[in-house]
Ligand binder design. Structure first.
Ligand SMILES: [Zn+2]
Length: 135
């Protein structure tokens, strides 16, 4: 096994439990055919959009959400618009793996504790917004 392949497998495996949870959540959407694979360096992310997942996100005023290597988007248009942002979250999952959701929550609490906003001033959201402006 080449080191390149080894590294790819580690990137995919480290947040895998979250990806699997996301796949379960997105199953109705995936079966409905609203999905696309997008590359991200040596790995990538499975975008599921529309269908039941999209309906659910729209109820919560959420455009898209990243769970491991799975991104759930409201619809195809939202997927394109949030692509760079959500792919940065995938990168963050590849960096922090299983720990990422905990680190994310901690960053929200930390931002709030300093008088900031839990979502907007979360360091991982700031990094994702920077990726948006670069694209
Ligand atoms: Zn975000």
């Amino acid at each position: 096994m080449s080191t390149g392949l080894g590294r790819t497998l580690v990137r995919l495996a480290w947040p895998l439990p979250w990806t699997l949870a996301g796949l379960l959540l997105a199953l109705p959407t995936l079966l409905g055919g609203g999905w696309q694979w997008r590359r991200l360096g040596p790995t990538g992310a499975l975008f599921a959009y529309g269908g039941f997942g999209g309906w659910l996100l729209a109820r919560g005023w959420i455009g898209a959400i990243t769970i491991g290597h799975l991104v759930l988007a409201r619809d195809a248009e939202t997927m394109e618009r949030t692509l760079a942002h959500e792919l940065m979250h995938v990168r963050q999952y590849e960096r922090w793996g299983l720990l990422f959701p905990l680190l994310y929550l901690w960053a929200s609490w930390d931002a709030w504790r300093r008088g900031g906003r839990a979502y907007w001033d979360n360091r991982y959201e700031i990094e994702a917004r920077q990726a948006e402006s670069r694209s």
